[in-house]
Design a protein around this ligand. Structure first.
Ligand code: ATP
Ligand code: MG
Length: 361
């Protein structure tokens, strides 16, 4: 008899961070304690098909996409299962918990979390509200404003307003001097983000951002170092924060390629920071995590100015878990190995309030 709990690891997904998610999944699935858990690897292709990955190797080399075996989690709240098999010839595989290692849209934004809520299957990480909130840069700003947390000044622009582009440009120029950052509110991983040094670039940036989302943010530029802090806990567990990590980007700003593919981008744990930044960053990270009603894990990103002023940038509810990702690295710097971290995250997910792990119906 199989005593281990079956944990479905969801990866890939329909977002621009599909590849990053695959890289993260290799690390998460590779660190699962197989004496306690039986992993079921489910990859979601870029066009949204759910396939059973035959092995960790198949995630590493990408061949999971050729799998003929489908594996679809059912929303049925009684069966708690995935239907696994070739088209039309499915068997039910019971699932005790899900680790959604998905970044960006349709994974980190509350959509998959909604499916798992319907299915009654406990899962790792933030719930529907916190995932959706943190994915949306404008709404994150609104929550951080309420907390009185320092962040870059911003203007929000709706894509519809761009029909009167000059008026929008006037509003922004009346508030900020160049350069400014232009971001789609809800897109993920630097997609659609540009830096504008003049009016022409602002116009182009607004149009570019509008291709990714209806809501656009224009932000003043913050001159500072980029640092991150890992958070874990929530529910019956205390919320704890790691130390601070710094990113030393290769590109002018930390764009998608610099973030994941450049060998010149480096990360550093426990950097020397001015003033009391190193002390207050973990405190603010916990405050923000609680404010969005976080559960499980998040990575909170900041700028630190040369005078020690700390400026909140964003919170990621399913941070990267790749070999060079900050989230696991920050916990390793605190003596928590990747394997222990993955186990703790799974156990925390399984004890999610409102779910009875492995319940028998
Ligand atoms: N206001 C700002 N001032 C200075 N640099 C900024 C500002 N906003 C963004 N940047 C730069 O652009 C990068 C990407 O912006 P941001 O972190 O907001 O979005 P994102 O990367 O899409 O989100 P995610 O981290 O979820 O992938 C930042 O890491 C930083 O290098
Ligand atoms: Mg970012």
């Amino acid at each position: 008899m199989e005593n281990r709990k079956t944990i479905a690891v969801l990866f890939g997904g329909q977002s621009s961070e599909h590849i990053v998610s695959c890289m993260s999944a290799v690390n998460v699935a590779g660190q699962i304690d197989t004496e306690r858990y039986l992993p079921l690897l489910i990859g979601i292709t870029e066009d949204g098909r759910w396939l059973k990955a035959p092995s960790l190797e198949s995630i590493k080399d990408g061949t999971w996409r050729e799998s003929q075996i489908e594996a679809v989690i059912l929303p049925d709240a009684v069966r708690h299962c995935a239907l696994v098999g070739e088209r039309g010839r499915w068997e039910e595989v019971r699932i005790d918990g899900v680790f959604p290692v998905l970044h960006g849209l349709y994974g980190e934004d509350g959509t998959v979390q909604g499916l798992l809520e319907l299915a009654g299957i406990p899962y790792v990480g933030c719930g529907v509200l916190s995932s959706a909130l943190a994915m949306d840069k404008l709404y994150t700003k609104i929550v951080a404003d309420r907390l009185g947390v320092h962040q870059a000044g911003y203007e929000s622009v709706k894509a519809e307003e761009l029909a009167e582009l000059e008026r929008v440009v006037c509003r922004i120029e009346g508030r900020f001097s160049y350069p400014v950052f232009i971001k789609p509110s809800n897109a993920g991983s630097s997609r659609g983000i540009t830096k504008a040094g003049n009016r022409e670039e602002l116009k182009q940036g607004l149009m570019e951002a509008s291709r990714h989302d209806r809501k656009i943010l224009v932000e003043e530029m913050i001159e500072g170092r980029e640092v991150e802090c890992a958070v874990f806990g929530g529910g019956s567990e205390p919320v704890i924060a790691s130390g601070v990590g710094e990113i030393l980007p290769a590109a002018e700003f930390y764009d998608f390629d610099a973030k994941y593919f450049s060998e010149d981008s480096r990360t550093l744990t426990d950097p020397e920071l001015p003033g009391n930044a190193a002390e207050i960053i973990p405190q603010i990270a916990v405050k923000i995590f609680n404010a969005i009603d976080g559960y499980g894990l998040s990575r909170v990103d900041f700028f630190v100015k040369s005078d020690g002023e700390v400026v909140f940038n964003e919170i990621n509810t399913m941070p990267g878990f790749t070999a060079i990702s900050m989230y696991p690295m920050l916990w390793e710097a605190r003596g928590i190995s990747k394997k222990e971290l993955v186990t703790r995250l799974i156990e925390h997910g399984l004890s999610r309030p409102g779910f009875r792990a492995g319940r028998q119906i």
